[in-house]
Design a protein around this ligand. Structure first.
Ligand SMILES: CC(C)(COP(=O)(O)OP(=O)(O)OC[C@H]1O[C@@H](n2cnc3c(N)ncnc32)[C@H](O)[C@@H]1OP(=O)(O)O)[C@@H](O)C(=O)NCCC(=O)NCCS
Length: 373
């Protein structure tokens, strides 16, 4: 009998050239480049090119990708109508899941599984994820969607479509870094969900819809929003430690901490921590960072558990003025680049993903007619 590996922990199910995580050393590498190096020097667009193509773009290649994004960012007017006409969601991820799935109905290549068509769909989906999120955020507030501005970077344009105002260079750059940090993370749950769907040779929109469903959960992308709700509930720096001690005493999980792979610091959290502090100081809202810092110190001291990517992204997004219930959607605005990279890799070297289960249910039962049960 095969050994059961609950949660597929430590199970290697395929090879991949996209992303590597060293959980013991706390290192994250996209296509050979350290995440710290990319966060400091590159842009989200460069990282998307890197994830898809396996190397950094030359200038003309980067310009071409930016142009493709600019040309494909706008969504079909029917998608905006859909966003206007859907009933209010209990959570905005429901709307995102529905709208991204609906994009395939307006995509003439949705069922074209040629390599070229799949690359074009990867471009469109990556370009449009932010457009859908920003449009939704405005429409639910009774405002008109803001058309994308082709002169802006992906990060700046998203903030512009969300708020209707052009962000400062500094805000746009911090958000760009947040997008870089969330772009990929190897076989995480949502990427794996996308690859499982792609492995049946289902279409790219279906794979991405599966990924969004997986990202939504509180143990994955849903954690960042819950972190901010916790900080808001705590309210002040002096109450932070007692609150978290209370959660631990009730054996509740503290959102934004722990990781399946990292056994030390998550390198993304280290960069986001700086972002949270700097943005907090510049906007006069440093208390969210200070509260977070206290919680982190306590979690490390008393539980030996480190902050993950969701912990300091919460306070960073808050001071950038992003509505709290959109945080997980922001994750998708970035992670779509990694999802599509993985779907393309899966298609290029496909094997149906189909694991086994060890059956532990009853055996040998005999059918009993309904009136005799
Ligand atoms: C990410 C996560 C699901 C990884 O889970 P996992 O590898 O299955 O590990 P487990 O949930 O089994 O946790 C192992 C131990 O650490 C504890 N632990 C893990 N994360 C914890 C957290 N955030 N708060 C408190 N305790 C935590 C568990 O209670 C468990 O303790 P036990 O052995 O005494 O029961 C888990 O750390 C978690 O739920 N974190 C909070 C949600 C979150 O931030 N998710 C975003 C991940 S990027």
């Amino acid at each position: 009998m095969a050994e059961v590996k609950a949660g597929l922990q430590n199970v290697v199910i395929a090879t991949s050239e996209i992303c590597s995580i060293d959980g013991a050393q706390g290192r994250l590498i996209y296509r050979g480049y350290d995440i710290g190096d990319l966060a400091e020097h590159s842009t989200f667009e460069e990282v998307v090119y890197l994830l898809w193509n396996g190397r950094l773009p030359r200038r003309a290649e980067l310009d071409q990708l930016k142009q493709q994004f600019a040309q494909t960012r706008a969504v079909a007017p029917q998608i905006l109508d859909l966003l206007k006409n859907l009933p209010p969601a209990q959570h905005p991820m429901e709307t995102l899941r529905t709208a991204i799935s609906a994009l395939s109905l307006y995509d003439a290549e949705s069922e074209d599984m040629s390599e070229e068509a799949n690359w074009r769909k990867a471009v469109r989906l990556t370009a449009q994820m932010g457009t859908v999120v920003a449009a939704y955020a405005r429409i639910r507030d009774g405002k008109e969607a803001v058309a994308p501005d082709p002169r802006l970077s992906h990060a700046a344009n998203f903030l512009y479509m969300l708020t209707g105002e052009r962000p400062s260079e500094e805000e746009a750059r911090w958000f760009d870094i947040a997008l870089i940090l969330h772009a990929d993370h190897s076989f995480n749950a949502s990427t794996f969900a996308a690859r499982v769907t792609a492995s049946t040779l289902s279409d790219m929109h279906s794979a991405i819809t599966s990924a969004i469903g997986a990202l939504k959960g509180p143990l994955h992308g849903g954690a960042n929003e819950r972190v901010m709700r916790m900080l808001l509930e705590i309210g002040s720096v002096d109450k932070a430690e007692d609150h978290v001690r209370g959660l631990l005493a009730e054996r509740q999980k503290v959102m934004g901490f722990g990781h399946r792979v990292y056994r030390t610091k998550d390198p993304r959290a280290t960069i986001l921590r700086r972002m949270s502090e700097e943005l907090g100081r510049r906007t006069g809202q440093v208390k969210w960072f200070e509260m977070s810092e206290r919680i982190e110190e306590l979690m490390v001291r008393e539980k030996g558990i480190n902050a993950n990517v969701d912990f300091y992204s919460a306070s960073s997004y808050y001071v950038l003025g992003i509505p709290v219930d959109l945080y997980t959607l922001i994750f998708a605005v970035s992670r779509i680049s990694g999802w599509t990279a993985h779907v393309l890799e899966q298609y290029a070297n496909n094997r149906l993903i189909r694991p086994l289960a060890e059956y532990t249910g009853p055996v040998g039962l005999k059918y009993v007619p309904i009136d005799q049960r």
